[in-house]
Design a protein around this ligand. Structure first.
Ligand code: GDP
Ligand code: MG
Length: 223
């Protein structure tokens, strides 16, 4: 009983801060995406590809969350983009206050896009709103095509599903049609992209969609 009360309080405090973050992002015209996946699906790889493509087109910044180490931040920083690592210690997800505390690190008035790499986990991050415009789930081919059925919440709350590592399709029993059907059973409106961060396959479609959405959300075309 006590545990439920404490959890409810934590989540409502988180929601208040997430709402503040969202108001600030809206006021500043920043599009914000919260990237969710199990460890190793390709969140950091997708961010690297995306910021590299956006170089000179949009002002992007990245927050990357991990249990330990700043290895992902080092990878992303190679692409000349502002990146702030949040090391959660033991926590299996980011929360809105961690994001709020990271914001002074950026020149927020100049930003068009903020990508947030959440901690690799298909369960906990789903419960914590960070103030983002949209959540994006990545699943990858070697993980199997039944992930939407096994972790439905993540797929239900995401606007976008990236199915990554399509270069590995010939070596697995992953059935793309089944994966998409399962995902749409959970969330009929989910937008699906099939990508490989290794070969670059499918990334153009993702970039185009993202840029259109950012310019709609941030009014970047008028900046
Ligand atoms: N074959 C293949 N490997 C990939 C692809 N995307 C990422 N990887 C590899 O998968 C591993 C985990 O990727 P990473 O981006 O660190 O995943 P994260 O833990 O979700 O951030 C790394 O060794 C990447 O090089 C892909 O599309 N195809
Ligand atoms: Mg990573």
């Amino acid at each position: 009983m006590k545990k439920i009360k404490v959890e409810k309080k934590l989540l409502s405090t988180n929601q208040q801060i997430a709402d503040e973050n969202r108001r600030l992002f809206k006021q500043k015209g920043i599009a914000v995406f919260n990237l969710l996946s199990s460890p190793g699906s390709g969140k950091t790889s997708l961010i690297e590809q995306t910021v590299s493509h956006l170089q000179g087109r949009l002002q992007a910044a990245v927050i990357t969350g991990d249990l330990q180490t700043d290895r992902d931040a080092q990878r992303i920083a190679r692409h000349q983009v502002f990146v702030k690592q949040i090391t959660t210690g033991g926590a299996c997800h980011l929360d809105a206050s961690m994001v709020k505390k990271a914001l002074p690190f950026f020149h927020i008035d100049e930003l068009d896009l903020l990508l947030i790499e959440n901690v690799g986990n298909l369960v906990c991050p789903a419960a914590y709103d960070l103030g983002e415009d949209a959540k994006l789930t990545i699943m990858s081919v070697p993980e199997g095509d039944d992930k939407p059925l096994k972790y439905p919440v993540m797929f239900r709350i995401s606007k976008v599903l990236i199915i990554n590592k399509v270069d590995l399709l010939p070596y697995t029993n992953f059935d793309m049609e089944r994966a998409i059907t399962f995902a749409r059973q959970i969330n009929p409106a989910i937008r699906v992209f099939e990508t490989s961060c290794t070969t670059g396959a499918g990334l153009e479609d993702w970039f185009r969609w993202l840029e259109e959405r950012v310019s709609r959300l941030s009014g970047v075309t008028e900046k």
